[in-house]
Design a protein around this ligand. Structure first.
Ligand SMILES: *Cc1c(COP(=O)(O)O)cnc(C)c1O
Length: 413
């Protein structure tokens, strides 16, 4: 098995720096021999890894294609134009900026485009699945803007649309943010657009999680509704670690200036090339089938966990995301995660709406890339429940996980 799937690079690394090569192989082994249920993770393709490990990493390219501050950009300009064109086509957007280093950088640039420090912004509160960049006091967003949080209905777990409308009318925010790190249901972008229009606010969709489902036609697109769409390229979308911004042509120049020079320096051309590869992959019918399977798998996983007694938030899912409270099994979220980690089942804890304890957050993007389907989801739900209850000891659970993932190598040799 090669380290990076760019064989020459792998060989060079193994020869020159065996210490680091061993670390990379150790991580590849961890990813291949344990169960990857972290909702924000995926396995990008060998082609994406090859672009990431390419000499484009050497190139300084401040600015945009045709208007760079460095010499020798004529080739990387072609790569960035290709990434931009593919993103525009894939998402039906008038403009795409593919330079954001991460999802958080994309949100920062969106705020820099539309807001001034001190402006009021309405966003999903952190206890309900808002991201750090949606007003956390530990983040620039909470320090520089006046965030008003909306929440979810205590009964249904669904976004409280009445509250969103009421808060918008009371606080007259400059922008409304919709998007979440844990919300398992589709977001009603038309509703948010209507409220934004009523109070004269911008609408920012932070679609970091569902953008891959959007690309595969398995989730509604925020592009027709939001003024600015922020996203990551490494979650369900299965590209390199990075961010992206989509918008209409009227905001194109402002968005570009908000990314560079306002919040970033030189573009990372190897990552941008890898984004182009991922957008190309996401435009295929194979990816459409993948996105559909991701959701089908999450539905089976959610149903399986509900059958085992977990309190599944909103009773199910429309996406790749499932959040579940193990409390009915008599186990708290952190304890559950610890037991699962010991069994080789890797996932996150998350805040639960209207509860002091933590829940579990899982996603099906990675296991679906590996080729797992409904049958495996049922098996995972049962094993997961046994481990959380403490009925299956970790050594035996680890064996079962190895047996399960052994049939689905993420990077076949
Ligand atoms: C993942 C995520 C981000 C941040 O992405 P990073 O690449 O980790 O900075 C921002 N917003 C939402 C809603 C996310 O899910």
């Amino acid at each position: 098995m090669s380290v990076t799937h760019a064989p020459q690079t792998a060989d060079v690394l193994a020869r020159q720096d065996p210490e680091l090569a061993e670390i990379l192989l150790g991580e590849l082994d961890r990813q291949s021999s344990t169960l990857q249920l972290v909702a924000a993770e995926n396995f990008c393709s060998p082609a994406v890894l090859a672009a990431l490990g390419s000499p484009l990493a050497n190139k300084y390219a401040e600015g945009y294609p045709g208007a760079r501050h460095h010499g020798g950009c004529e080739i990387v300009d072609v790569a960035e134009r290709l990434a931009v064109d593919r993103a525009k086509t894939l998402f039906g957007a008038e403009h795409a900026n593919v330079q954001s280093h991460s999802g958080s950088s994309a949100v920062l640039a969106a705020y820099a485009t539309l807001l001034r420090p001190g402006d009021t912004v309405l966003a999903l509160g952190l206890p309900y699945g808002g991201h750090l960049t949606h007003g956390s006091p530990a983040n620039f967003s909470g320090r520089w803007f006046d965030f008003v949080p909306y929440g979810v209905d205590a009964e249904t777990g669904l976004i409280d649309h009445d509250q969103v409308r009421a808060l918008a009318r009371t606080h007259r925010p400059k922008a409304i943010v919709c998007g979440s790190i844990a919300y398992p249901r589709h977001i009603d972008y038309a509703f948010f657009r209507e409220v934004a229009d009523e109070v004269g606010a911008y609408l920012i969709a932070d679609a970091a999680h569902p953008i891959g489902l959007v690309a595969g036609g398995a989730a509604p697109s925020p592009v027709p509704y939001a003024d600015v769409v922020c996203a990551t390229t490494h979650k369900v979308l299965r590209g390199p670690r990075g961010g992206m911004i989509l918008c209409g042509s009227e905001l194109a120049e402002r968005v570009d200036r908000a990314v560079f020079p306002f919040t970033q320096g030189g573009a990372q051309m190897h990552t941008i090339a890898a984004k182009a590869v991922a957008f190309g992959e996401a435009a295929t019918s194979a990816f459409t089938a993948y996105a559909r399977q991701v959701v089908a798998n999450a539905r089976v996983l959610a149903a399986g966990l509900a059958d085992e007694g977990f309190a599944v938030t909103t009773g199910g899912t429309d996406t790749h995301l499932v959040t579940a409270d193990p409390a009915p099994l008599g186990v708290e979220g952190r304890t559950a995660r610890g037991r699962l980690a010991a069994a080789g089942m890797v996932l996150d804890c998350c805040a639960l709406p209207h509860a002091d304890t933590r829940g579990l957050r899982l996603g099906t993007a990675a296991v679906t890339t590996q080729g797992m389907a409904e049958k495996e989801m049922t098996r995972i739900a049962a094993l997961l429940a046994g481990v959380v209850r403490g009925e299956v000891e970790s050594a035996r659970a680890r064996e079962e996980v190895r047996d399960l993932v052994g049939g689905f190598p993420p990077y076949p040799a």
